[in-house]
Design a protein around this ligand. Structure first.
Ligand code: FES
Length: 571
């Protein structure tokens, strides 16, 4: 691409009053005139926020990106977008993923930017930035913030998955409040995002497997100096991507999405991967359906021995060689010819990858587990599907029939779960509704409901749990999630009553409510929605337009893209 055809020159290349205005105000930052004369302008889309602790180091990371941009002859401009911190935002960060994506999309399109570097970290900051960028489709590269160092508590390794274990231990009396406070300071002991294969790490692997980042982006710890080196190289590379006019649409092909699904199966990635990848595909106009996850995961063994499915942490994953080793091990199971942001193919990028710890990253011949990363089930309880992560589930519950114990919403669950009078045993199936996209609203990560205290005290560690919500990527258990359609829009989960029999058969891909059709029809005609409905603002728009989980929970009017042209062009 020649310097005169750069998008940014529609602003900075102008003469007269308009060009004066576009440049003059920028010059108040001490920018010399030559920066505006044909250098690729690189936006650094920053989700830095002290309210998003996983991304709190991003200003420093942005400086490394800038060094690379300048080195390659570009003009870097950093800009903030809405940042979504998983741990603080109420009612749930997922409610705002689509809003943040709108911020990103409009910020990129509205400004004189030729290429963009997306700084992503905490769970939702990756999909929201990628979704927004896809709807503009200019040259784009992702730099992830990197995982935290492994936590250390009482001489052992800990990380986010231990939150659930600590919670159960405190509830069963095996851990004191004082011990819990000590553990709190031991877990998040460095910059970075959650240090297991939770959603943030899954998202970082997703962008790398899609070809949207430089190789090794996913696993370098945030505190490792090589994270900054990768950021600098990414800054350098995006300038060349602009010159080559290498856009997202050249990288995000149907084959690239299939690669991401297969890699996700091999790493035991989060169930949230499904929702976010569907939403990204929707922005790119790539036809991707829930069943594609099942089909493409089938036959891919779990290679990464990482929590929550396995033993190790993201730090160990990096020292063992990281995602390139997994991608190399998958060999012909991946579409090797897919193009990536560095201009090389998937196959070329990983040809020389070496495993340094064969217990952390196993080979195809001797995998960590043979179960695939994600299973999709269907039945009268979820006519549009539901997902489950077999690698994090209990083998003895993969085929199970039990009595339903129904919680009408999350408040009902909290009020009754530890009631000694609750009629429940280890064979029961816990059902939680009104936690879907519309019903909560925002589809929170509450699907891996904690087990009732009285059962925990009996030593029960897992039960079948079913909901129209999501689960934290750090969670585990035999948890069926994302039931679609959700209860709030009349899905069958809204009709389940205490004592109904439910049958789960993961191998048979089935989830059935064993109640006859006539009875269900009678219940359906008596049913009325009872979820909270927002009366104004963004949440009202969200509830009116959000799509169901099997479509990625994006808003209907955000699917697809509008390109990089601005709608009107006069000052
Ligand atoms: Fe930010 Fe886990 S809370 S990645």
């Amino acid at each position: 691409m020649s310097s005169t055809s750069l998008r940014s020159q529609q602003w900075f290349g102008r003469t007269g009053k308009d060009g004066f205005i576009y440049r003059a105000w920028m010059k108040n930052q001490g920018i010399p005139d030559e920066e505006f004369r044909g250098k690729p302008v690189i936006g650094i889309c920053n989700t830095w926020s002290e309210l998003t602790p996983c991304n709190a180091h991003f200003r420093e990371l942005a400086e490394s990106v800038k060094r690379g941009v300048i080195e390659a002859g570009g003009f870097p401009v950093e800009f903030p977008v809405m940042s979504l911190g998983e741990t603080l935002i109420k009612p749930t960060a997922m409610l705002y993923r689509n809003l943040a994506s709108m911020d990103v999309e409009e910020s990129i399109r509205a400004n004189p930017i030729d290429g963009v570097v997306l700084l992503c970290g905490c769970d939702k900051t990756t999909p929201s930035l990628v979704m927004g960028a896809c709807s503009v489709d200019i040259p784009t590269i992702v730099v992830s913030g990197g995982p935290m160092l492994t936590g250390k508590y009482e001489g052992r390794d800990i990380s986010t998955s231990d939150v659930w274990r600590f919670n159960d231990a405190v509830r069963s009396g095996d851990m004191s409040q004082e011990q819990l406070t000590v553990a709190e300071a031991c877990m998040c002991r460095s910059r970075g995002h959650c240090a297991v294969m939770g959603t943030a790490s899954t998202m970082a692997c997703m962008v790398e497997s899609l070809g949207l980042s430089l190789p090794s982006n996913a696993a370098i710890p945030a505190a490792d100096s090589r994270r900054k080196v990768l950021a600098q190289y990414s800054g350098k590379r995006i300038v060349d991507m602009v010159r080559e006019d290498l856009r997202l649409s050249a990288i995000l092909t149907r084959e690239a999405f299939e690669n991401a699904i297969r890699v996700n199966a091999a790493i035991g990635g989060s169930t949230n991967f499904v929702i976010h990848l569907l939403a990204i595909a929707g922005r790119m106009g790539v036809a991707l359906e829930l069943d594609d996850f099942h089909v493409n995961s089938a036959g891919i063994p779990l290679l990464a021995n990482l929590q929550p499915s396995g033993k190790y942490f993201m730090e160990d994953f990096f020292y063992a060689g990281g995602l390139p080793v997994v991608m190399r091990a998958l060999g012909d199971r991946l579409h090797g010819n897919c193009l990536t942001v560095n201009g090389r193919t998937v196959r070329e990028n990983h040809a020389d990858a070496v495993t340094w710890n064969a217990d952390v990253i196993r080979g195809i011949e001797l995998p960590f587990k043979t179960e695939t990363g994600l299973a999709v089930v269907r039945g009268n309880l979820c006519t549009d599907g539901a997902v489950l992560k077999p690698s994090a589930a209990s083998p003895h519950l993969m085929k199970h029939t039990g009595r339903a114990v129904v919680f009408h919403d999350i408040e009902d669950y909290h009020a009754r779960v530890d009631d000694p009078a609750l009629d429940i045993d280890e064979n029961s199936i816990m059902v939680l509704r009104n936690v879907g996209p519309v019903g909560y609203p925002g589809m929170p990560e509450v699907g891996n409901m904690a087990i009732p205290r009285k059962l925990l005290e009996k030593g029960v560690t897992d039960m079948v749990r079913i909901s129209d919500g999501r689960m934290s990527g750090t969670g585990f258990g035999t948890v069926v999630l994302h039931l679609s359609p959700e209860g709030a829009v009349g899905g069958t989960i809204a009709l389940v009553r205490d004592g109904d029999l439910i049958s789960l058969d993961v191998e048979g891909r089935s989830l059935q409510l064993l109640v006859d059709e006539a009875e269900l029809a009678a219940r359906r005609s008596a049913w009325k929605p009872s979820h909270p409905v927002a009366q104004r603002g963004y949440v009202q728009v969200y509830q009116q337009h959000v799509q169901q989980a099997h479509l990625g929970a994006d808003m209907d009017f955000l699917r697809g893209g509008s390109g990089s042209d601005v709608m009107r062009d006069s000052h």
